[in-house]
Design a protein around this ligand. Structure first.
Ligand code: MRU
Length: 331
């Protein structure tokens, strides 16, 4: 339980709360929490915003609640009324995310049906993008779930998603809970699965989409996009507009979070506290250095479509994305 913003910052850093849309929601509630408890809202907002750098939703959520707080404070001069306004902003974001999730599911399924007219979709997904990351049923996972409910999902291939296994720990759990036909694979097994013609489409989420359509998502997404292109399989990104960042011009401008090396050199190292190196099962010699980016960036030319709550962009170009996001401005 988080009773102040610093506990929430630690929960975000240690991935107790993770996944782009829910980071935004948590960030907004964190500001409301700081305001309600009489903490320094500016300080709490900056700490929350800085907890993880890649998912833009986090700062979108934090700033939305902070703006509501500031506007109410300026208007009423009453910190209690301002805290109430911050909470109302967090609740609105939460609700809107659930609505966006439902709309993305519908748009995504329509696109899948259009791209794969035969039905019986075999979809590969990476990381975790279901209700654990969302106010609703998620992003990419929500599309697969919609296909399942319509009887059109033949198989959900679930990448285990090294090093922290969001696929096996979380997506497999969500798929099992919904009675979906799913199979878990190691990330390295995806190539031969494509080669065997067993994948009809790839569905992933996103942590930040730059103005040119470059997509930052869980590390391992970019190799899947390359594989998908080689094997003529659609690579579809599903994300709410809160993930699109018009202020980030291109993929090279996206800050990719670097995680501690022990997440790679040890299995299931406890994340609380995040500096808990040495507490997992070692899988490399002591002192081994590890390269551990949490995300990678897929260039727009490898993305078949970006599906948002407003519909899909395909082909993915800066112009098409700007048109879809018409009026999207951030403070
Ligand atoms: O490091 P994580 O677990 O926060 O990474 C999450 C992802 O990369 C998800 O794919 C992304 O946030 C999209 S979730 C809808």
């Amino acid at each position: 339980m988080c009773t102040d913003a610093s506990a929430l910052v630690e929960a975000i850093r240690s991935l107790a709360v993770r996944g782009a849309p829910v980071l935004g929601i948590a960030g907004a509630y964190g500001v409301a929490l700081a305001a309600a408890r009489g903490f320094d809202v500016e300080e709490a907002a900056r700490a929350l915003e800085g907890a993880r750098p890649t998912a833009v939703n986090l700062s979108v959520g934090v700033r939305r609640a902070e703006s509501a707080y500031r506007a109410a404070l300026a208007e009423t001069g009453d910190p209690t009324a301002a805290a109430t306004a911050a909470l109302a902003a967090a609740r609105a974001l939460h609700r809107e995310d659930a609505e966006a999730s439902a709309r993305m599911a519908a748009h995504g399924l329509a696109l899948l049906d259009e791209l794969l007219p035969g039905g019986g979709h075999r979809v590969l997904t990476h990381c975790n993008t279901g209700s654990l990351v969302s106010g609703g049923e998620g992003t990419a996972f929500a599309v697969a779930l919609a296909a399942h409910r319509e009887g059109r999902l033949r198989r959900l291939w679930v990448d285990e998603t090294r090093p922290l296994l969001q696929g096996s720990r979380l997506t497999a759990y969500e798929a099992a809970r919904h009675g979906m036909a799913y199979t878990l694979l190691t990330d390295n097994a995806a190539g031969s699965l494509f080669a065997a013609g067993e994948v009809d489409a790839v569905l992933v989420g996103a942590d930040r989409i730059a103005a040119d359509g470059s997509v930052a998502n869980k590390v391992g997404s970019y190799p899947l996009a390359v594989l998908a292109r080689y094997h003529h399989v659609p690579f579809i990104v599903v994300a709410p507009l809160t993930t699109v960042d018009p202020g980030t011009p291109d993929g090279a401008s996206i800050e990719v979070e670097q995680r501690p090396g022990f997440e790679v050199t040890e299995l299931m190292a406890p994340q609380v506290p995040v500096t808990g190196a040495g507490a997992g099962i070692p899988v490399a010699p002591l002192g081994t250095q590890a390269h551990n980016p949490a995300f990678d960036v897929t260039p727009p030319e490898l993305v078949t479509a970006i599906v948002t709550e407003r519909g899909a962009v395909s082909p993915v170009t800066a112009e098409a994305l700007a048109e879809l996001c018409d009026g999207l401005r951030r403070t």
